[in-house]
Design a protein around this ligand. Sequence first.
Ligand SMILES: Nc1ncnc2c1ncn2[C@@H]1O[C@H](COP(=O)(O)OP(=O)(O)O)[C@@H](O)[C@H]1O
Ligand SMILES: [Mg+2]
Length: 262
Amino acid sequence: MTGPLLVVEDVTAGFGATTVLHGVSFEVQRGEIAGVFGLNGAGKSVTMKTIAGIVPARSGRILLDGQDVTGLSPEKRVARGMGHVPQGRQVFPGLTVEENLRLGAYTLRRREGRRDRSRYAASLDSVFDRFPVLRDRRNQLAGTMSGGQQASLSVGRALINEPSLILVDEPSAGLSPVAQLELNEVLQTVAETGVTMVLVEQNIAFGLSLVDTAHLLQTGVVVHSAPVEELDDATLATHLGIGRVLQAATGSALASRQDRPR
Ligand SMILES: Nc1ncnc2c1ncn2[C@@H]1O[C@H](COP(=O)(O)OP(=O)(O)O)[C@@H](O)[C@H]1O
Ligand SMILES: [Mg+2]
C-alpha cells in the first residue's frame, strides 16, 4: 500500500451529552513519528482511544493502511497492526514482566492458533532484544520496577503483537530527566525499526525532540499541522498558549534536534 498509514478524518466523539472531539483530522505517514500536542483536557487521550477503538467515533472515519477500521473492536484493530500504550502505562503491578508481556500478546496468540507458541517466543525475544532490561527482569514484579523500566514494559507490551502503528500516550510523564533521556532513545529506536508512531506529550520539549510532524489540538480540533522544522515559538504560543519558560525549553529541544542524525 502507498499513502498514509493512518488517516483520522473529521472524527467526533464524546461521552453522554458531552462532545469532546469536534472533528479531528490528521494523517500519519509510514515510518514517521507524529506528535499530538495540546493543553490538559484538549482531548489528546480521547483522540488516541478513539483511534484504538476504546472510545467509539460518533462520526468521521479512521483508516489504517487504507482500510476503514472505524467500526472495528479494539481487538480487531490490534490484529490489524495497531498497538496502544495508554496514558499512565497501565502495567499490572502484581504480575511479572513476562506475565505482562504475555497478556499483551493475547491477540498474537489467538491469531496464530497452533503456531502461536513459536511465534510468541520469537516476538518475546525481539522485545527483549529491544529492551534488555526487560529480559534481565523478566521474573520481577512490574510494580517493583522504576518508572522508566515500567515505561519500557508498557511500550514492549504493545510491540509484542508486531504492530505497524503504535499510539503512545504521555510516556514521559512522571519520569526523572535521566529516565526521560533513556525513553527518548528507546522510542527513537522503535521508530527507526519501522514502527510508525503517534506520540502524545504534555512535555512539549520532550515531544518535539522526537516527532517529525506536529498536530496541535485545541478543545477537540486539530488547529495546526506542520513538519516540526516549520514550527516556531509564535505558532506554539498562539495554539498552545505556552509562555516564555516553555518557549525557551522548546527552542532548545528544537536546537538539539538539529544535531541528531536522522
Ligand atoms: N470517560 C470519560 N467520561 C467523560 N468525560 C471524559 C472521559 N474521558 C475524558 N473525558 C473528558 O474529555 C476531555 C478530554 O480528555 P482527555 O482526552 O483525557 O484530555 P487530554 O488532552 O489531557 O488527554 C476532558 O474534558 C475530560 O474530562
Ligand atoms: Mg491525556
